[in-house]
Write a protein that binds this ligand. Sequence first.
Ligand SMILES: Cc1ncc(COP(=O)(O)O)c(C=O)c1O
Length: 386
Amino acid sequence: MPVSYKQAERLQKLPPYLFVRLEKLAAAKRAEGVKMIDFGIGDPDLPCPGEIVRAMKKAADVNENQKYSSSQGEKDLREAIAEYYKKRFNAKIDPDANVCVTIGSKEAIFNIAQAFVNDGETIIAPAPGYPVYSGAASIFNNAVCEKVALKHENNWLLDVDDCPEHARMMYLNYPNNPTGAVADVDYLKKVMKWAGRNKTILAYDNAYCEMTFDGFRAPSVMQAGKNAIEFMSMSKTFCMTGFRLGFAVGHENLVAGLTKCKGQIDSGAPIFIQKAAIAALQMYNDKGELKDAARKNIEEYGERRKVIVEGLRDLGYECDMPKGTFYVWFNCGRNSGDFTKDMIDKGVIVTPGTGFGSEEGYIRMAATKPIDQIEIALKRMGKKND
Ligand SMILES: Cc1ncc(COP(=O)(O)O)c(C=O)c1O
C-alpha cells in the first residue's frame, strides 16, 4: 500500500525557496523553445581561478586529505584565515579561539541560531534580506523573527532605532544582498554598540566582502570590535559556490558554540576543499588586495553591473549604481510578481524583491551573464508587450 509522509510542522512553515518557483515558470517557457537569459540566482558564471582548482585536485590525491576534518576546520586553513584578517583588515585573530571553518557561509548562518537562540527568543532579520535569516534560522529554532525594514532613504542601512531591544540575535549583511548597499566601519561600530547595550548577538554576514567597486573596500565587523561573529564565504570572491566553503570569525564563545553544533551535524568541511581555500587566500598581496584571476573576475562583475544599471536607466527605471555585490536592485514601478512574469515571457529571468521580504515594486538582477547577453536581455526588456 502506498504510504505518504507528512513533513514536520517546522518544515511546513518554511516558505518555498524562491528560486524553485521561478524555475518552474522559466521551465515552461524553455519548453516552448525560448532561450532564457537568467539573472535570477546569485551563482557566479565565471570560473574559479585555476590555481585554486589545481590545489584542490592535488590535495584530493593525498590519503590524509580524504579523511574527516575536525568540526573547527584544519589548523593550516585557520592560520591562513588569521593571516588574511591581519593583511586585509589589520585585525588580530587567534586561529584557535576565533575561527571556525564552515561548509559555505549558509550553514553557519543557520547553525549560529541553532547554537544560541532558545525557543521564543527574537531574531532580527533585515527586510529585504537573505531568506535564511527569517527562514530556517528563525523557524527551525522556534524563534520569533522580527523583520526590520531597510529603507532607500537610509541608503538601505538598517536603523538600530527601528529594532526591538529584547532580541537575542540580529542578522546584518553588507555589502547587501539584494540591495547592493555597503556599510563603513563607523556604521558597524554604532550597531555593535547598540547590540552590546541590548545583549543582542550580532551575526554579521560578509559574504560579499570582496565584491566591491569604484574604490570602495568593505570592512570586517572585527574592525568595529570583537563582540560579534562574522560569516565569510569563498563562494562569490573566488567563484567557488559549489566547493561549499566559508568561515566564521568572531567572539570566542560564539565560535565555540558554532563549532560544538557542527560537531553533531557535519564533522567539518572536506580537507581537500580546505586546502583549495588556503590557495585562494594566497591570492592576496601584502596589502590585502586580490591579485590575478580573482581580481579580474570581480572587475568583470563591476563592468556588467554598470551595463545593467545604465541600460535600466535608459529604459526609464530608477536605479542606483551599487558599490557592492553583483546585484542590481531597482524599482520597476509596479507589482514585482507581475513584472517578473512579464520578463519571463520576454525571455529574461529576474527576481521579485518580495521574495527577499521587500516592499512591493523592487526587482533584483544578478550580473551573472556576459555583457553581450546583458545587452540582448535589455533589448528584450524594453520591447513593448504584444
Ligand atoms: C547574503 C548571503 N549570505 C550568504 C550566502 C551563502 O553563501 P555560501 O553558503 O555559498 O557561502 C549568500 C548566497 O547567495 C548570500 O547572498
